[in-house]
Write a protein that binds this ligand. Structure first.
Ligand SMILES: [Zn+2]
Length: 336
């Protein structure tokens, strides 16, 4: 009747030891893309600022631990330790190895709080992860969604660093913050393939940056079609790189903004729906991202942008031959 102590009450996964990475989370059944496998409150939270004062932080962890039920306390003490911390700072050592920023761990904005979790802190890293983690700051819990179909028995992974960064950046960050070298499929490519992949990542990063820069400066003299062409290249490169997390939304988001700017209603609606569906799948229906797109664009649209006289009508999409759709969407050609 009782679940095994290592099986999550939702029955979707269990904690299991791995040959080389300590414990990890493993799927107990097939999990299709979009499954929310975890929604969890932090066990202990510490302000980032306090982490700069090791002894004070260690005492704070000790005092929060005392308030936890025995089972949670034990689970915390079983998490991986940082051997570099002196014995007197053991709790801080465990905390430092396992905490994540409470703002979605892969996003790296320097928000104020960090947390350690009973289940979430057991999930291992991959630079090509099958799950994405995001922090729901409204309800104060960590959520994790499957972003690529998982089969029963497979290990569940998230990326501790930005997926869209070259291997040397990922390696340096993982070593410095977590003390390991990643052996995932993206990190053990043959040298020439690894270099090609890093080259594409660097290229697409600078393309996104350049697009944003020009767009913000208002010097974007591209025609609507050229703008979409640029974003389409970025989108295709991200897909070639097998990016499946919410960073695939960058070009879609920029295309949506571009369509509003260029008063292209039907394309704007399609990009809005694409973006909403993507956030719904990888971040969930209650995520800020999904909410923002529904609230700001889809729900009220076009009434909330009343001043805008759309230069194209939604009827454009009607009767469009299905095989023309993608080309039309990304501005390859106009229909009459
Ligand atoms: Zn890796």
């Amino acid at each position: 009747m009782e679940n095994s102590p290592h099986e999550h009450p939702n029955g979707l996964f269990r904690v299991q030891s791995t040959p080389d990475k300590g414990f990890g989370l493993f799927a107990l059944q097939d999990l299709p893309r979009g499954t929310r496998i975890l929604q969890e409150d932090p066990l202990i939270t510490i302000a980032k600022e306090l982490l700069q004062q090791p002894h004070a932080a260690n005492s704070e962890i000790a005092s929060q631990l005392e308030d936890l039920p025995e089972r949670s306390r034990k689970a915390f003490l079983q998490l991986a330790n940082d051997p570099a911390q002196p014995e007197g700072l053991r709790l801080l050592g465990i905390y430092m190895r396992n905490n994540s920023s409470l703002d979605g761990i892969a996003r790296e904005d320097f928000e104020a709080m960090t947390g350690v979790f009973l289940w979430f802190s057991r999930i291992n890293h991959s630079c090509s992860p099958n799950c994405e983690a995001s922090y729901d700051s409204k309800n104060d819990h960590q959520v994790v969604h499957v972003i690529q179909d998982v089969i029963a028995g497979e290990e569940l992974t998230v990326s501790y660093v930005k997926v869209l960064s070259p291997s040397w950046v990922r390696r340096t960050k993982l070593r410095a913050s977590y003390g390991f070298d990643c052996g995932c499929s993206a990190c053990v490519l043959p040298e020439d393939q690894g270099a090609t992949r890093d080259g594409l990542i660097t290229q697409v990063q600078s393309e996104i940056q350049e697009y944003r820069y020009e767009n913000e400066l208002g010097s974007f003299n591209f025609s609507h079609r050229r703008r979409l062409g640029t974003l389409r290249l970025i989108y295709d490169t991200l897909r070639d790189l097998d990016i499946k997390d919410s960073s695939l939304g960058f070009p879609i988001q920029l295309a949506l903004q571009g369509c509003v700017c260029d008063k292209q209603l039907p394309r704007g609606l399609v990009f809005g729906i694409m973006l909403r569906n993507m956030y719904l799948t990888v971040l969930g229906g209650d995520s800020e991202e999904t909410f923002a797109i529904e609230d700001q664009f889809l729900k009220h649209h076009p009434q909330t942008i009343p001043a805008l006289e759309w230069s194209s009508a939604t009827s454009t999409i009607l009767n469009m031959p299905i095989n023309h759709f993608e080309n039309w969407l990304w501005g390859r050609y106009e229909l009459a």
